[in-house]
Design a protein around this ligand. Sequence first.
Ligand code: FUB
Length: 321
Amino acid sequence: MSKGRYLFPNDYMADPSAHVFNGKIYIYPSHDWESGVPENDNGDHFNMKDYHVFSMEDIESEVVDHGKVLGVEDIAWSGRQLWDSDVAQKDGKYYMYFSMKDKTDIFRLGVAVSDKPEGPFIPQENPIKGSYSIDPCAFQDDDGSYYLYFGGIWGGQLQYYRNNKLIDGSVLPHFDEDSLTAKVARLTDNMLEFAEEPKNVLILDEEGNPLKQGDTERRFFEASWMHKYNGKYYFSYSTGDTHLLCYAIGDNPYGPFTYQGVILTPVVGWTTHHSILQFKDKWYLFHHDSVPSGGKTWLRSMKVIELQYDNEGKIITIEGQ
Ligand code: FUB
């Protein structure tokens, strides 16, 4: 029996990034569909072509579909595959950060802008300079700075880069070498570019050593999310091929972060991808699974479930099934 509330049974939506804007909950998911592309390790079957935006007055309320807000055909540099996105608000404007393959089949991060949280979003002419890989997460810190976290291995192409530069081919570290990490960069004041070279989001084990690539139940794979709880920075992510949502805690947006544990055990479906949101006095985990499609990994349904902390600020593990 899968737990949580399915938010939009009428269509397949995944990777839900949820935020509170103007007192309402807004959700920015990927839009899965049956494109007929065969399943492979590269994720070609995740062949999404547009985004919709959803809103809710309250956590139990009806979910309103604001319709299509951006499509591949609207974006000058588009190739294919609109993967995970996220939205940040600054000075009355809304900035959607999205991952998409360009015309040479390389994933880049784009920005599209709107005056309203429900869009439509108008894309910039070019991707963010120096951007690569997938799964942007936009985080606003209390001092008014904004950061973009991103990255994903395998189909997300992170293993083609070292030190933010393309290398010769796809190279994953050996199992006993330090794992590949998510990246983080502060955004420029106009929200449209990186203000600095992306840095590694280092995740340490309990002894202060970086997690190794072979530590597949704890190392980063994709799906970065950042939230703050009691003044601490909680970096959460998916372990991909071991299908866990995990988290690590740090003292600032760059880390390092110390691994803490599992947020969500495996769900039905291959991918797991989430966001964490405080609404009123409760916390929620938005995520997806493939129960409604009968387990089809490329047809996922978004859901929400309450998330709780213990007295020491540790997240209490939620069972995915
Ligand atoms: O939805 C496409 C991709 O699947 C996302 O970008 C990944 O995080 C995984 O959920």
